[in-house]
Design a binder for this molecule. Structure first.
Ligand code: ADP
Ligand code: MG
Length: 172
């Protein structure tokens, strides 16, 4: 993806701006969308998902779903619900349908932490978001830099959708 011409690079300076970015991105999402968050522990995947939940107007709190694997957040505004999945402990052969979620994934916005393999195997369209922090930074300070690379993949993310995405995440 490093050479993907559709990739969008955004930098944030703190957890609040990562949340804000996700909040703005939520405006271009629709039911059936799949987002894949890739990055090491502490990169900001759950923080990003919190902003997404705010932008979508779903019932919170959004927290790490590590121990429950998946959590469904219903919409408070008549929009798509947020399905938040932690795929870390799902086997390599797992399928989202196996989770037996009380949710229709064709109508929800689904976010999968650690779901890169899953998405590449199962979905023809998804938005990959690679979160990285500089090597020197290892702490949990809420004010640290992160880089986010957004890689829109598949027919859902045609030229018009990519343009809308770029507009939404542009920092002005
Ligand atoms: P992950 O889900 O990827 O393991 P979390 O979102 O749970 O990561 O944790 C990220 C931690 O890093 C939080 O403690 C958050 O406050 C902190 N942090 C510092 N700077 C940032 C930033 N720019 N973006 C996101 N989180 C940040
Ligand atoms: Mg997490």
């Amino acid at each position: 993806s490093a050479q993907d011409p559709a990739a969008l690079d955004v930098a944030t300076t703190d957890a609040a701006s990562t949340r804000d970015l996700a909040r703005r991105l939520a405006a271009v999402l629709r039911g059936g969308d799949l987002l894949v968050l890739d990055g090491p522990l502490g990169a900001g995947k759950t923080t990003f998902t919190q902003g997404l939940g705010e932008g979508l107007g779903v019932r919170g709190p959004v927290a790490s779903p590590t121990f429950v694997i998946a959590r469904v957040h219903p919409s408070l505004v008549g929009g798509p619900e947020l399905v938040h999945v932690d795929a870390y402990r799902l086997g390599g052969s797992a399928d989202l349908e196996d989770l037996d979620l009380d949710s229709d994934l064709d109508r929800a916005v689904t976010v999968v932490e650690w779901g890169r393999d899953l998405a590449e195997r199962l979905a023809d369209s998804y938005l990959l978001i690679e979160l990285r922090r500089p090597d020197a930074i290892t702490g949990d300070d809420p004010d640290e830099p992160r880089t986010l690379r957004l890689v829109p993949t598949g027919p859902r993310w045609d030229e018009a959708a990519r343009a809308a995405l770029a507009g939404a995440v542009q920092i002005s």
